[in-house]
Design a protein around this ligand. Structure first.
Ligand SMILES: Nc1nc2c(c(=O)[nH]1)N[C@H]1C(S)=C(S)[C@@H](COP(=O)(O)O)O[C@H]1N2
Ligand SMILES: [Mo]
Length: 258
């Protein structure tokens, strides 16, 4: 409980510090009573050391154009099998909207054109799937942290939950819907982007059109494709299997850091 609270406080501290992820960001936060309490505990020290002091915003390695994989596999769903998605893709995703809601001050619905108008980031990174393959691709999209700052987070915010258009497993109760979640530290990581471009073109259907998550310090299954909605929550308990993601509900680790 305190661990989560503290991570959120740390995050707010560093966000307020105008990108100061180093010592000044920490100085801000250490004054908080909650944080002081946790820092006295061994668990707090580990958390502090691992995620915020030693590598507060450690970047995943970035590659060059020459390193791009000639073939980048598609994995899991390669074309969501439902009417609603088919209709959206037929119209070139003109009618698609990304909904951002939950514990935010200003819920929003953004079109692809809206997203493309925002400042973007391009990165060439290696994608690692637990199934034993990797590929290097170039991704272009909107930094998630920037978007979250513009919708404004409520103090209770802890996680971003990503809802996808596809059911990877066909079930009667809808529990086969692909979804994922990350904490706010990963959400504000500079390489965490909502990608609409891949290898210099619009993201194709096999790789998650019109929009997918890239969360570069995590394994492949965290990189949710076919994004429809981002909900900011204080817990993901009660969502389908309660473990924070399609694969997590089937036994994978929620924290898939690499
Ligand atoms: N919506 C959705 N997102 C998903 C999946 C999926 O089946 N559905 N598969 C995941 C897995 S296991 C991997 S390795 C990557 C694969 O991305 P790619 O198809 O672009 O290679 O997407 C991840 N995101
Ligand atoms: Mo994967």
């Amino acid at each position: 409980m305190t661990g989560f609270l503290t991570r959120r406080r740390f995050l707010i501290g560093s966000a307020v510090g105008v990108g100061a992820v180093g010592l000044s960001g920490c100085d801000d936060v250490v004054q908080s009573e909650d944080v002081q309490k946790v820092l006295n505990a061994a668990e707090g020290l580990t958390m502090r050391a691992q995620r915020l002091i030693v590598s507060p915003q450690k970047l995943a390695r970035e590659f060059t154009e020459a390193d791009l994989s000639p073939v980048f596999r598609s994995n899991g769903t390669s074309n969501p099998d439902n009417e609603a998605y088919a209709r959206l893709s037929e119209d070139g995703f003109l009618n698609w909207r990304l909904k951002i809601d939950g514990l935010v001050d200003r819920p929003m619905e953004l079109s692809l054109a809206d997203l493309k108008k925002l400042p973007s980031r391009t990165q060439i990174t290696r994608h690692d799937c637990v199934e034993g393959w990797s590929a290097i691709g170039k991704w272009t999209g909107v930094p998630l942290g920037q978007l979250l700052q513009s919708v404004g987070l409520k103090p209770e915010a802890r996680y971003a939950v990503f809802y996808c258009a596809d059911e990877l497993e066909q079930t009667l109760d809808g529990s086969g819907r692909y979804y994922e979640s990350i904490d706010l530290i990963d959400a504000f990581h500079p390489q965490t982007i909502l990608a609409y471009g891949m290898n210099g073109k619009d993201l194709d259907i096999a790789h998650g059109a019109p929009l997918r998550l890239r969360v570069e310090r995590h394994l492949g299954y965290k990189h949710a494709k076919y994004l429809m909605r981002i909900e900011i929550k204080d817990t993901f308990a009660g969502l389908w299997g309660g473990k924070g993601g399609f694969w997590e509900d089937r036994g994978y680790e929620w924290y898939a850091g690499i």
